[in-house]
Write a protein that binds this ligand. Structure first.
Ligand code: GAP
Length: 458
């Protein structure tokens, strides 16, 4: 556990415009964060890489379903009855906690997917060791399941009795549109539907920065496959999803597989890809074999036939589903933790984000050596314009001395800095500085963009 590293990352994120605490000027709003300019670029890179990885499949469709849906969707999916966190209240100071988190502190493992009865039994066994983290008293009530679905008042305009929820996951939008996509005609089983979008959960204790938020973003893919071919397809997807993290440049030794111990009754198998965050190993992505549960439930609740006629095998069946589901926010937290480093360059300490070049929010920074020399500034503006035609995003920076500008770019992970100096005015070359080594080489202005592009495409 390296909580000081997490604190350093949180502070860097604020200082350098990656992530701002939500509603900060009004005292904050727990579990929400705003992406700053750098965070917005990083988020864009994550979504782009994930989308491209999904596009590598021949039979992959993309969808953008709505956040508000009919309440029946969540009834069918089981979210209304079973999507909850185990909550416990301190009888003394009335603060609410997640029972599994309190147990975790004393080394007792309680899976968040356990039933209310199971978790109450474990909680009761440990009661005498459990202190309230706020008031220190040992006086907790009973553990109760608290629904994670966030409600809205939208439905009240149309139907007084029906609650309208904000979606708790993007997956249901895929299931309810599976027949629509299939009817396009050029998709046949096996095929996948992928979608990126916001999800909302009424987390009791949002924590660990971007790890557990109330409003977050998911990148989910449901692969519809025949029951016979599903087990092999599941193994293929597992391999593929782990390989995907090479594209992001994540350290291999920080990733591992973890199988679910308590499978939900309908799941055939469930594995998570875990990352070693500064607070320990925890879930990054779920790769789950869900059988025909979701489509069968929607068939039951909607009355719409979800079966598929397989021309090849002449069989009718409800397709099985392999799901891959990863959060954008958790991916970004992983990228920040993986890239964060401190070293010394030219006798000075520096903080550096060693992003793989394709993930770096800013690809290059262009500087005039001196701010007060109009010839240098003019030439640097020209170089900036030229490079920007081919590489984006890049920045122009003439604030502070050159050393300060390098430090600033190192801290946000910019792979290259391009400096226009007095030699540039004579020979049309610039210095190109490498973030990781600090090495500088002279490059012709016309070649700068292609050198940077090669690094990004590596
Ligand atoms: N459709 C399956 C599903 O939603 P999940 O394990 O609840 O499964 C999938 O969520 C992924 O979404 C997680 O692996 C994680 O990356 C992300 N995620 C879930 N809850 C989150 C939260 N409160 N904050 C940030 N990311 C979250």
């Amino acid at each position: 556990m390296d909580s000081s590293k997490l604190d350093k990352i949180i502070s860097l994120c604020k200082r350098r415009g990656f992530v701002y605490p939500g509603s900060e000027i009004y005292g904050g709003f727990a579990g929400t964060y705003d992406w700053g300019p750098l965070g917005t670029e990083l988020r864009g890179n994550v979504v782009k890489e994930w989308t491209e990885a999904m596009e590598d499949h021949e039979n992959m469709a993309f969808l953008d379903s709505s956040i508000f849906t009919a309440a029946k969707v969540w009834e069918a999916s089981g979210h209304i009855s079973g999507f909850s966190d185990p909550m416990v209240v301190c009888n003394h100071c009335h603060t609410k906690f997640r029972a599994d988190h309190l147990l975790d502190v004393i080394g007792v493992v309680a899976d968040e997917k356990m039933t209310e009865k199971q978790i109450n039994a474990i909680f009761d066994e440990s009661r005498d060791k459990l202190h309230c983290p706020v008031c220190g008293k040992k006086n907790f009530g009973k553990v109760a399941a608290k629904s994670l679905l966030a409600t809205s008042n939208l439905g009240r305009f149309e139907d007084e009795d029906q609650e309208v929820y904000l979606r708790g996951e993007t997956a249901q939008g895929i299931f309810i549109n599976y027949k629509n996509v299939l009817s396009l005609g050029w998709y046949s089983i096996p095929f996948g539907i992928a979608q990126v979008g916001k999800a909302f959960r009424n987390e009791i204790s949002p924590r660990q920065f971007l790890f557990r938020k109330r409003e977050f973003e998911q990148m989910e893919m449901q692969y519809f496959v025949s029951p016979k071919k599903a087990p092999a397809a599941y193994e293929d997807w597992k391999k593929e999803r782990m390989t995907y993290y090479d594209r992001l440049g994540v350290k291999k030794e920080k990733l591992r597989w973890k199988q679910h111990e308590n499978l939900v009754f309908y799941a055939k198998d469930a594995w998570d890809i875990q990352y070693e965050y500064p607070f320990g190993w925890n879930e990054l992505e779920g790769v789950h074999y869900r059988g025909d549960y979701d489509l069968s439930q929607h068939q039951k609740f909607s009355g719409v036939d979800m079966a598929y006629y397989d021309e090849e095998t002449k069989e009718r069946y409800i397709p099985h589903v392999i799901e891959t589901s990863v959060g954008v926010d958790r991916t970004i937290l992983m990228l920040l933790a993986d890239a964060y480093d401190e070293d010394e360059m030219n006798g000075e300490k520096r903080v550096i984000l060693r992003f793989k070049a394709n993930m770096a929010p800013i690809k290059a920074a262009v500087f005039p050596l001196l701010k007060n020399k109009p010839d240098l500034v003019k030439k640097a503006r020209e170089v900036y314009g030229l490079v920007k035609k081919e590489i984006r995003p890049i920045v122009f920076d003439d604030n502070g001395n050159i050393g300060k500008r390098y430090r600033r770019q190192d801290e946000i992970g910019t792979p290259y800095c391009v400096t226009v100096d007095f030699d540039t005015l004579q020979d049309d070359t610039v210095t190109l500085r490498d973030r990781d080594t600090g090495k500088q080489e002279r490059v012709k202005i016309g070649e700068v963009a292609s050198v940077i592009r090669k690094a990004i495409e590596k």
